[in-house]
Design a protein around this ligand. Structure first.
Ligand code: ARG
Ligand code: ZN
Length: 895
């Protein structure tokens, strides 16, 4: 079944209050509910049915206004319960039973390591009890939890704890009241054996709030950083957005079994342990960064998502795009904190570069593939398939563009208008843009966001083509835009693209003042409004030669093609005053070199390859660069990005070897420099601290290490071995180990050592699996497919735990192209086996993994044939879930 955005209708009834009683038992939990309902609209007819969603529920009792209903007064189906003629208002009482310990889907109420958890977004609540499981039905919840005192001594739900008492038969009970009406997807309960780290803070209004981070016993040594991150998030939202915590109690609970990253349930956020646990011995710098950002993300949802929520799931980006934008800004502000202006700019640019890398590696392919959709989709078969990089990350780019167009002050004014208008409501993306437009027009009545709204409606990554002529003191800049067809959208009107730009004086390296002669109203500061299919802008006052720097800071999520020649790119790589574009110029040079090597089957003599060598040489000599920037600028574009950017059908194995060839050339050319760099940045033995500066220093050292190992002599191997042995933190240990495993001649002894050391830490064991599943084809000494087959039989492997499943399957199918796309097709066959197996265990995670061949029509014919066989094999599997069916069906349709 396909659901369409245009089919939205308001519900018949609202549920004023919801009273739930859970008698928790792993194999058979009783759920009693009392729903106070009333007619949605004043003018609704009296006889509209009350529609409740429900799946896999055992219904015991239905009472309407205290009277047991006979079976002709309601209809029960596999997807819900309809009460006929309930009247305009009344009380519906239900009793159902569910089986949490059989729930391997991890949607609804499930058991993990003996403890109870819920995941209700998007439509998990209907697996707990019958309810209007749609985000526009907001209800005030009271929840009673009855559980065994010894096996489930801690029981939590949303809001405030209003009662706690002991019952007979070894049971105890807690009662929770959430003061804020909320949709069912924000409901949560947790019960089991937990310990917590807690702290009382003062809110903006001076009132106290209790913060808690709950984990299973034995993990309290991993919660400090999450608690710090939570406190920073609260402070930041208050100072930058003027939004304060609205609850007396805010809890985070970690579970090892979780489909996604985390969930913003009101006052009771539930997290994948991956985004809570952080201590230096077990977590890398990147893990620390992710914990801070996800803790922030979920906390920021409290306003953008919970106080104002979505009318329907097509509006998902309303909360996700906005909240990702907020968490990106939070991370950037945290990284820049305490630094001088120049360092702060560089730190913010590093964060921006990381985010754009994700966009190019994952979102651009999605936008070009069979699952392409606008950030506000028009249809879906399974909503869980639409928690995508498009809705999240491209959604955040669309918010960022509005921030660029309005500026911080007007953007914050728009946020205020948004909350004034919609606090407590379930609204649409249009409502958000309308609030921003009001803020814009208060100061600029002549401007609007009319054309800008296409970003919500049109899928596909726009391509922008830029060319220019400079003569006398004028520069004519011509921009053209187009966007390839995507499923259901053959042609698209032009986008409103904010192009941030500068003209860099070749002689001095300074930015020239921007004076726009034609169409002067299109320039706002250094941002140009580009709104036509083709437009020429004439700038004056440019008597000396300049090189244009376009789309600074990646001011719009587009693919930019410019008329820059190699010399221009080398100049920008050395002198662009915008650090993002400076990095991007390096990436362009490397990308061209790799494509030359790919096309010439390994030849390294091209001018672009020479340019890449020259760029790296200059970077290594530039004493002004921050460690963080240098670490990013020295890294070659990822394989996914290269494959997507390649024009024409592509062979991922050959692309891997082309990239490796450039890497090895750079490694050999600059062996001495990388050695020196490594030695200078090597802090081995010094105490570890996680902060932006120390992390950049480690990142740079470890980039140097990877080049050292690429050059590959015994001596360099010894450096990595020493780093592994002496490391006092996971960042250095992992970096050493992954270089050893991915390039070493034999199975390094360190691999076994690593498992022995950390076998009791599931998140580190995930790293151990992941490292091996990503050994590339260029390591001739490893048969990675065989290694993976063996890993699948390892006693520590299970498909039931999503993190563990991903540590092999996603690592292999999505992060190891040279093995996955091996010419024999065995990679695809193995992938298909696993997707089929996972489909029956956990459809949501299986559907994620099923995205592995999204871009199969971009592969060379030999590989397309092998891919099709496996796609068809999956599609024809018995009992294929709607989740996997949608993904594979769309992939096959793309042919
Ligand atoms: N709202 C959560 C977040 O972004 C993600 C929930 C994902 N759930 C799902 N069923 N796909 O933080
Ligand atoms: Zn979110």
């Amino acid at each position: 079944i396909t659901f369409y955005r245009k089919d939205y209708t308001a519900p018949n009834h609202r549920i004023k209050s919801t009273d739930l009683i859970f008698t928790l038992n792993p194999s058979r939990t009783k759920v009693e509910s009392r729903l106070q309902f009333e007619s949605w609209g004043e003018t609704n007819p009296d006889n509209l049915p009350l529609e409740l969603d429900g799946e896999d529920l055992e219904l015991e009792k239905v009472l309407l206004n205290g009277k047991q209903l006979t079976s002709e007064s309601y209809t029960q189906t596999a997807s819900g319960l309809t009460i006929h003629n309930p009247g305009r208002e009344g009380l519906l009482e239900l009793t159902v039973y569910i089986q949490p310990d059989k729930n391997t889907r991890l949607e609804g109420l499930y058991v993990s390591n003996g403890n109870f958890f819920t995941q209700c977004e998007a439509q998990g609540f209907r697996r707990i009890t019958y309810f209007p499981d749609r985000p526009d039905v907001l209800s005030q919840f009271t929840v009673t939890l009855i559980a065994d005192k010894t096996t489930h001594p801690v029981s939590l739900s949303n809001g405030n704890l209003i009662e706690e008492k002991s019952l007979d038969d070894g049971l105890h009970q807690t009662r929770w009241e959430d003061p804020f009406p909320k949709p069912a997807y924000l409901f949560a309960l947790v019960a089991g054996r937990f310990v917590c780290q807690e702290e009382t803070i003062q809110k903006g209004d001076g009132k106290p709030a209790l913060l808690q981070v709950w984990v299973e016993p034995g993990n309290l040594d991993k919660t400090d950083f999450a608690m710090q991150s939570l406190k920073k998030s609260i402070d930041w939202d208050r100072s930058r957005f003027g939004l304060d915590l609205d609850l007396d109690r805010f809890m985070i609970v970690a579970t090892a079994d979780f489909n996604m990253g985390a969930m913003e349930n009101k006052g009771l956020n539930i997290f994948n342990t991956r985004f809570v646990f952080a201590n230096p011995e077990l977590a890398t710098d990147v893990d620390f960064e992710n914990v801070e950002s996800v803790v922030g993300h979920e906390y920021f949802h409290n306003w953008t998502g919970n106080r104002v929520t979505c009318r329907d799931w097509f509006q998902l980006s309303l909360k996700e795009g906005l909240t990702v934008f907020r968490d990106q800004e939070f991370s950037a502000d945290m990284m820049a904190e305490g630094l001088d202006v120049k360092q702060a700019e560089s730190a913010r640019a590093a964060k921006r570069i990381d985010d754009v890398k994700v966009l190019r590696a994952a979102q651009f392919p999605e936008d070009a593939g069979p699952m392409a959709h606008p950030i506000r989709p028009d249809s879906y078969q399974e909503i869980n398939n639409f928690y995508t990089v498009t809705v999240y990350e491209k959604g955040a780019e669309v918010i960022r563009m509005q921030h660029t167009l309005l500026g911080e002050t007007l953007f914050q004014r728009g946020m205020k208008i948004y909350f004034d208008r919609h606090d407590g409501q379930a609204v649409t993306c249009e409502d958000f843009v309308a609030a921003m437009e009001t803020a814009l027009q208060e100061s600029h009545p002549e401007l609007d966001l009319k054309q800008f709204r296409h970003w919500y409606a049109q899928a596909g990554t726009p391509e922008v083509f830029a060319s220019w002529k400079q003569a006398d003191d004028r520069l004519e800049l011509t921009l053209k835009q187009s966007c390839r067809p995507t499923p259901g959208q053959a042609t698209k009107p032009a986008f409103h693209i904010p192009v941030k730009l500068g003209f860099v004086d070749v002689a001095s390296g300074n930015d020239m003042p921007l004076v726009l002669e034609s169409n002067a109203a299109a320039l706002h500061g250094d941002v140009l409004d580009f709104t036509q299919a083709s437009e020429t802008f004439v700038f004056t006052g440019l008597s000396k030669p300049v090189v244009p720097s376009l789309l600074r800071g990646f001011s719009a999520p587009v693919i930019l093609h410019t008329a820059h020649n190699t010399e221009d790119l080398i100049f920008l790589a050395g002198h662009d005053n915008d650090p993002f574009n400076r990095w991007d110029a390096c990436q362009k040079v490397y990308g061209k070199a790799i494509v030359d090597i790919y096309k010439s089957a390994g030849d390294t003599g091209s001018a672009n390859t020479q340019a890449a060598v020259q760029v790296v040489g200059s970077l290594l000599q530039d004493a002004q660069l921050s460690d963080g920037f240098l670490a990013l600028a020295l890294q070659l574009p990822g394989e996914g990005t290269l494959l997507e950017a390649f024009e024409g059908l592509v062979d991922p194995v050959a692309m891997h070897f082309a990239r490796t060839t450039l890497r090895d050339l750079l490694a050999c050319t600059y062996a001495a420099e990388f050695n020196a760099l490594y030695a200078e940045r090597n802090l081995n033995g010094q105490p570890y601290e996680y902060n932006a500066i120390a992390a950049s220093q480690r990142a740079l050292k470890n980039v140097a290490l990877s080049y050292l190992l690429a050059a590959g002599s015994e001596e360099e191997l010894a450096i990595a071995q020493a780093q592994y042995a002496q490391a006092n933190n996971m960042t250095d240990r992992m970096a050493a180990l992954s270089n050893l495993v991915h390039t070493s001649a034999e199975k390094p002894a360190e691999l076994a050592d690593f498992f022995e050391r950390f076998k009791l830490e599931p998140l580190v064991v995930d790293k151990w699996f992941m490292l091996q599943a990503t050994i590339p084809a260029s390591n001739e000494n490893a048969d990675t497919l065989q290694i993976i087959r063996d890993l699948l039989k390892h006693p520590a492997f299970t498909l039931k735990n999503p993190n563990r499943a991903r540590s092999v399957l996603a690592a292999f199918a999505m992060q190891n192209p040279s093995v996955f796309h091996n010419h024999g097709g065995e990679g695809y066959a193995l992938w298909a086996d696993l997707v089929i197996e996972l489909n029956t265990i956990n459809p949501q995670v299986a559907a994620r993994m099923a995205r592995g061949l999204d871009r199969w029509t971009k592969l060379v014919p030999l590989l397309q044939d092998k891919a099709r066989v496996q796609l068809e094999r999956i599609f024809n599997t018995d009992k294929l879930s709607p989740d996997v069916r949608e993904v594979i069906g769309k992939a096959l349709d793309a042919a």
